[in-house]
Structures are given as structure tokens and as C-alpha cells.
Design a protein around this ligand. Structure first.
Ligand code: G3I
Length: 489
């Protein structure tokens, strides 16, 4: 486990103690040197990422994205891949924050039917089992795609390929019958100009292959929702028009299609302005819509301005989905910037997701959270010192109750070089007092608070981040401080 994900076991007790003291009208003394070291010595807690919001130990635990989405009749999920399933801080978030999972790679043809007629479900079954163990629904991805296709398929004679495709679908959809809620039956079959992509299926079977794939999938699993899935169809344009025409004609002909997946691999500041309208026009055809692979990439490194734009973009996408009743849910294409496909395909770009590399929640997480109806007591102020060579502190109230509150400060290294220590300062402007602090060493002087790193989280790699937390008390109001500063050293 990474040291940045430590949480003191005394956390719940500390929250309860502050809440309890306030309930009987006692003042909570702010320790003059509230140190996390005692709590830390209790050991790393397997609950993982401090800020997952999925902690169930406190009565005031914040709802997860999955819970917020469910309250709106939707899901909020993440794709995942097998190598990350052994990373405990990762799976702590994956298993708790989301109520849906998409199999990111290992249901693709090259993994499932690597040789003709030889099916291997081992890896994909592991992901489905993880989801079942965590009460999450599963989206299958994907039955027919020109990419990550087993090499042998390209050599199948034209007269045999329809049978091979049907056999693949019959076996795979049959194996997962009853275990999935959605299937991406055909993926990325159109070019940007709306023409059919010249895949091996298109070339050897012809236009009918998509309808044939949907019919075979329905026969194999009558209850799973069957989707056509593609990228760059989020807004109205030539490509989404072509998909629209196909779905319309499938509905007229009785070809079994239940939904359209809009992948939504988006670029910072470029959420299509017609996204809501586009989702609505598909819904009006009588199909569901899902946002299936959301990420919003930027030129790295991140900074506060880009983070704010990205948060706005995520909010726009969530709102577009929520505006259409047939938009059933949203899936991010993995959730942590450390596990995104973007940097390997778009050099110089990345930071596209809602958690950073250390599983700290980014402004984009909080934008999604608020758009899904999360409690507005969470507030963020960001202050940067030292520009690109300093650090940034983001202060949030993550939970608040009568007289007490819980806060979290995320510290981010602005530079690409490792830093070996940090100090965050702020002023308690409305007479609040500080209670226990974890993952940091606090000193208070009157209204002034100074928190320096604990022994284990001072070293932050290039653009890395960590967070510390605290509880406090308030009377009257609990505004966020205006003067949070972060200093390296
Ligand atoms: O499994 C091998 C591994 O053995 C090897 O050591 C390693 C070395 O590069 O490669 C591994 O395979 C990689 C595979 O992901 C699993 O990690 C491939 O090289 C890599 O090309 C492949 O990329 C995947 C990509 O689809 C392929 O187009 C991404 O992980 C996956 O996230 C991405 O997902 C697609 C959706 O399925 C469809 N929509 C677009 C989306 C992003 O491209």
C-alpha cells in the first residue's frame, strides 16, 4: 500500500468524539500540536484511499458516486483491467466508489478466442467475479471489433466468416448469459465521415454483419441489453448521423438493439455543445444511451486552470446524461490517471480521469459528485505558491454536521521533480477549532493553523499528490479559508 493512503484506525472514533462532545455542548479543545503520528502508528488500514468517500465507519460517511447515481436511477462505473486487480489501494476504490464495471480489455476477441474454437474466459471471469463480490453490474466489452482481434480471424475465408462471427458471439454471450447487464455487441464500425469502416467483417460479410451480430447476441442471451458502441458520436455530426440512421433502420426492421454507447474520449474544453440534444435524439428512437468510456484528456502537466476546466467538462457531460431519462449511466475509462490508456497513445497528454495517480480525488471527481446531487457542504479552495516549482493545496469540507466538520487537504507537487517536504497554512476565520489531524503534523497559534507533512508523506514525486485530513468544530458558520498556502520544504 502506498503511504499516501494510510488512514488512522482512530478516525471514526475521532469523528464520533468531536460530534459527541459538541452534542452535549462541550467545547472541543484544539490540540496545540495535533499530530497524526500516534494514529499512524496503528498501522496502515486496508480500507485504502483516504478520500474514497466509501468509508462505512462513520455515520456521516459521504455517499459514493455509485450511490449518488443510483439515487438518480443511473449507474456510475469504471472500466478496469486484470493487472490492476492485485493493487489493493486501487481495488479499494474500484470496489467501493462505483456501482458498475466494464471489462476494459479481456473480453476482446484476442483474449477470449485466441485460436479458432478455443475459448479462454479466465481473465474476464476474474473481473466479473470482482464485480459480483462488490455488488456491481457489468458491461461486457466487446463482441465484434476490428481492433484487438485474434490474428487468425483475418485469414478466415469470406464464405466462413459469418459463421465464425456467430459462433464467437454464441459462445461468449452464452458464457456470460445472466451475468451482464449490457453488452457492446459491435464496436467502432463507422469512419468519421459516416462511411462503414473497412474492417474484415465489413469486407467479407458486408453491411449485414452488424445486424447479424445483434441477432446472434439476442439468441445467446435474451435479457442482456445489446449496444452499438463508438467514439466521436457524442455530438451531432456525420458519424453520429450514420449511427442514428442505422439504429433507426434496425428499429424499423425489428433488429434487436437496445442502446447506443457513446464512448466520450473527450479533449479538455471540447465537450460537444450538442451532446444533450444528440443523446435525446437517440432516446427518441426508442433506445437507451450510455456514456461508456468517459475520459477528458489534457496536455500534461496538470495545473489549477486545466483542472477547473476539466471539472467543468465532466459536469457538462454528467448533466447532459441526467437531462435525458433514457441515458442510463456513465462509465469512466478507468478512474485513476495512473491507469489510463491516454499517455501511451497521445504523447504529452493525460490526466484525463477523476482520481490522480495516488488515488486522490481531483476537482473533476467533485464536479461529478456535485452534478450527481452530492451534498453541497463540500467546498474547494485552491491556492498555489511558487508557480510551477511550488505546491498546491486544495482544501475541502468533506462532511459537516451540527457543530462539527471533517476536512481534507490535498497537497500537489507542481513541479516535475521530487519534493521532500511541504507545509500548508490557513487561518480559522470564523472561530472554528481544529481537532485531530491525520497524515500531517499540525501546529496551531491562535487562529493560525500550520500542517507539515508526516514522516511518510513528505516526499512527492513529480506532479504527485497526497492528502491529510482533520476534524474540527464550528459555531455560526464554517466558511472555507480564503488564505490557504502551500510551501515546499
Ligand atoms: O497484454 C499485453 C502485455 O502482455 C504486453 O506486455 C503489453 C506491452 O505493451 O501489451 C499488452 O497489451 C496491451 C493491452 O492494451 C493490455 O494492456 C496492448 O499493447 C494495448 O494496445 C492495449 O490497449 C488497449 C486499447 O483499447 C487497444 O486499442 C487499452 O488498454 C484499452 O483501454 C483500449 O480501450 C479502447 C476500447 O476497448 C474501445 N474504445 C477505445 C478505447 C481506448 O483505445
Amino acid at each position: 500500500m502506498s503511504p499516501t493512503s494510510r488512514r488512522p484506525r482512530l478516525y471514526a472514533a475521532a469523528v464520533a468524539a468531536v460530534a459527541g462532545a459538541l452534542a452535549v455542548g462541550m467545547a472541543v479543545a484544539a490540540p496545540s500540536n495535533a499530530d497524526s503520528s500516534g494514529a499512524d502508528s496503528s498501522g496502515a488500514d486496508s480500507s485504502g484511499a483516504d478520500s474514497s468517500g466509501a468509508d462505512s465507519s462513520g455515520a456521516d460517511a459521504a455517499p459514493t458516486l455509485g450511490q449518488l447515481a443510483a439515487a438518480k436511477g443511473r449507474y456510475f462505473g469504471s472500466a478496469t483491467d486484470n493487472p490492476t486487480l492485485t493493487n489493493v489501494p486501487y481495488t479499494d476504490v474500484l470496489g467501493s466508489e462505483f456501482n458498475q464495471i466494464t471489462v476494459g480489455n479481456t473480453q476482446k476477441w484476442q483474449y477470449i478466442e485466441p485460436s479458432r474454437g478455443q475459448f479462454d474466459y479466465t481473465q474476464a471471469d476474474q473481473i466479473v467475479a470482482f464485480a459480483q463480490a462488490h455488488n456491481q453490474t457489468v458491461r461486457g466489452h466487446t463482441l465484434v471489433w476490428h481492433n484487438q482481434l485474434a490474428g487468425w480471424v483475418n485469414d478466415v475465408p469470406a464464405g466462413e466468416l459469418l459463421g465464425v462471427m456467430r459462433n464467437h458471439i454464441t459462445n461468449v454471450a452464452g458464457h456470460y448469459k445472466g451475468k451482464l447487464v449490457h453488452w457492446d455487441v459491435v464496436n467502432e464500425a463507422f469512419e468519421e465521415n459516416g462511411a462503414r469502416r473497412q474492417s474484415v467483417f465489413q469486407q467479407k460479410i458486408g453491411d449485414s454483419y452488424i445486424a447479424e451480430a445483434f441477432k446472434a447476441a439476442r439468441a445467446a442471451d435474451p435479457n442482456v441489453k445489446l449496444y452499438y458502441n463508438d467514439y466521436n458520436i457524442e455530438g451531432i455530426g456525420a458519424k453520429s448521423d450514420a449511427v442514428y440512421d442505422m439504429v433507426k433502420s434496425f428499429k424499423q426492421q425489428g433488429i434487436p438493439i437496445d442502446g447506443v454507447g457513446m464512448q466520450a474520449h473527450l479533449i479538455l474544453g471540447q465537450v460537444p455543445s450538442t451532446m444533450r440534444q444528440n443523446i435525446q435524439r437517440f432516446a427518441d428512437l426508442g433506445v437507451d444511451v450510455a456514456i461508456t468510456e468517459l475520459d477528458i484528456r489534457m496536455q500534461v502537466p496538470r495545473d489549477a486552470t486545466k483542472d477547473a476546466q476539466q471539472a467543468n467538462d465532466y459536469r457538462t457531460v454528467v448533466n447532459a446524461c441526467l437531462a435525458v431519462s433514457r441515458c442510463v449511466g456513465i462509465t469512466v475509462w478507468d478512474f485513476s490517471d495512473g491507469y489510463s490508456w491516454i499517455p501511451s497513445v497521445f504523447p504529452g497528454e493525460g490526466a484525463a480521469l477523476i482520481y490522480d495517480e495516488n488515488f486522490g480525488k481531483k476537482p473533476s471527481y467533485w464536479a461529478v459528485y456535485e452534478a450527481l446531487g452530492g451534498t453541497p457542504t463540500t467546498t474547494t479552495t485552491t491556492t498555489t505558491t511558487g508557480g510551477t516549482t511550488g505546491c498546491t493545496a486544495t482544501y475541502k469540507v468533506t462532511g459537516q454536521w451540527n457543530g462539527g466538520f471533517q476536512g481534507e487537504v490535498t497537497v500537489r507537487n507542481n513541479s516535475s521533480s521530487t519534493i521532500s517536504g511541504w507545509t500548508v497554512k490557513w487561518t480559522l476565520v470564523a472561530g472554528q477549532s481544529l481537532g485531530n489531524v491525520w497524515n500531517g503534523v499540525a501546529t496551531t497559534s491562535g487562529r493560525d493553523v500550520s500542517v507539515r507533512n508526516a514522516s511518510y508523506n513528505g516526499s512527492l514525486g513529480g506532479n504527485g499528490s497526497t492528502s491529510f485530513g482533520f476534524v474540527g468544530s464550528w459555531t455560526g458558520s464554517n466558511p472555507v479559508p480564503a488564505n490557504v498556502t502551500c510551501t515546499v520544504g
